[in-house]
Design a protein around this ligand. Structure first.
Ligand SMILES: Cc1cc2nc3c(=O)[nH]c(=O)nc-3n(C[C@H](O)[C@H](O)[C@H](O)COP(=O)(O)OP(=O)(O)OC[C@H]3O[C@@H](n4cnc5c(N)ncnc54)[C@H](O)[C@@H]3O)c2cc1C
Length: 387
């Protein structure tokens, strides 16, 4: 067998890839991590780390510094139709965990990269693009723009559109109906508002949440038909729609760039085979409606590191991945279905007044805290029929 450059090669240094590199290096293995970007780099994202993502962050020693640097807490969601009062659902309490964190991706991803730089077992190369992962009986090889990397295992964490997953023939999607996101930041003076606020308007939803320094991330999510109205006038239309949908933001100042991204709905035929492991968005992404992407990526990173220590790593990781993503994906699909119809949103709000714990329980399913059986048949009936 040819000499190996490392035990593990990781492609993509976003939260999933950087965390995988850190977890694996701390288990005693040599890791090469590459990314085509130069850090710090921004990423279009809702920037809410759900409470379920705090444990892996803590395991990496990054939670306390992030909080100390001013990452604001997220208490839960407030939601409602445009122009109407909002209903509130707190995040569920679970094993001492309740609040999420607002994380500005420009800073959050950079913090992970700084941790990578301090880890002697990781060799990190930015501005290096992977073109292909080759499979052979000797193990996988990553072909980059400057040469080949040979490692016992390869983690592919190159994001939503994952060109390597596509090249491996493992991509499914994007599946219609296509959804898109447009994301920007607003400077708002005043006390911290620790809620993720969701406003349902005609053909789109507006998400906003605190990310520190009096800034709020404000994202629009919509289907292809509504996205067409942004063609050729992305920035001015984004600002107009935000101000119309959330009058509370009218006195705010939009700052920095506005990014559009989508469509979202990609899946993978398999997430592990022949020494290659898909982690984070590369392993499949359904919709940002539950804001679970970063937390799930961190948990998958932890799972891949644990799997590499077992006799059948691919099989172990495939199982862990199913466990981590199955129910959250179902919750996202359910919320997406409800959010598509204003009448269902209205009914949901009425039912929420009667049984406010139902949504908190559902969020707990999405975070992987418990299964759907936590929700009683009566609560399901009420959700869909209003009885
Ligand atoms: C509109 C929107 C809102 C969202 N809101 C939330 C939210 O509120 N909360 C939440 O948790 N998640 C949210 N998400 C999801 C979240 O952004 C992703 O789940 C998360 O970024 C995934 O991390 P990752 O490390 O898998 O990929 P990324 O963060 O995309 O990182 C991939 C990295 O791979 C590198 N790369 C790509 N190709 C190559 C290559 N060929 N060679 C080398 N490097 C390469 C890229 O430069 C990049 O640095 C949202 C997503 C969208 C689109």
């Amino acid at each position: 067998m040819a000499q190996l450059d490392a035990d593990l090669a990781v492609v993509g240094a976003g939260p999933a890839g950087a965390a995988a590199a850190l977890f694996v290096a701390r288990s005693g293995r040599r890791v090469i991590l590459i990314d085509q970007a130069t850090f710090p780099r921004d990423k279009a994202c809702g920037e809410g780390l759900m409470p379920s993502g705090r444990a892996p962050l803590r395991a990496l020693g990054l939670e306390a510094p992030l909080v100390a640097a001013g990452a604001p807490p997220l208490h839960g969601i407030q939601f409602g139709l445009i122009g109407q009062p909002q209903a509130a659902a707190s995040f569920p309490a679970y094993r001492g965990e309740q609040a999420g964190l607002g994380v500005r991706r420009l800073d959050f991803d950079q913090r992970l990269i700084e941790a990578v730089a301090h880890e002697p077992r990781i060799s990190f190369h930015e501005r290096l693009r992977a073109l292909e992962v080759r499979r052979s009986a000797d193990g996988p090889t990553v072909i980059t723009t400057t040469g080949e990397l040979r490692a016992r295992h390869v983690v592919v964490a190159d994001g939503l559109r994952s060109s390597l997953r596509h090249q491996l023939g493992w991509t499914i999607g994007p599946r219609p109906p296509h959804r898109y996101g447009i994301v920007g930041h607003w400077q708002i003076d005043g006390p911290l508002d620790p809620w993720v606020r969701i406003t349902f308007a005609d053909g789109l939803e507006l998400y906003e949440g605190p990310v520190g320094d009096n800034q709020r991330m404000v994202g629009l999510l919509c289907y292809q038909s509504s996205m067409r109205a942004f063609a050729g006038q992305l920035e001015s239309r984004y600002r107009q729609v935000v101000r119309e949908t959330r009058p509370a933001l009218r006195n705010g100042q939009q700052v920095g760039d506005i990014h559009a991204v989508g469509p979202f709905s990609y899946r993978a035929r398999t997430v592990a085979a022949d020494g290659i492991f898909l982690v984070g968005d590369a392993a499949g992404f359904s919709d940002p409606i539950t804001g679970e992407g970063i937390a799930t990526g961190l948990r998958q990173a932890q799972a891949v590191a644990a799997a590499l220590g077992t006799r059948f790593p691919e099989r172990t990781y495939r199982r862990a991945h199913r466990r981590l993503t199955g129910d959250p994906r179902r919750v996202a699909a359910l919320l997406l279905r409800l959010s598509r119809t204003p009448a269902l949103v209205e009914r949901g709000m009425r039912n929420h007044d009667v049984a406010p714990q139902m949504l908190t329980k559902l969020l707990g399913v999405g975070f992987g805290y418990w299964g759907f059986t936590r929700i009683t048949p009566r609560e399901w009936l009420r959700l869909f029929t209003g009885w």
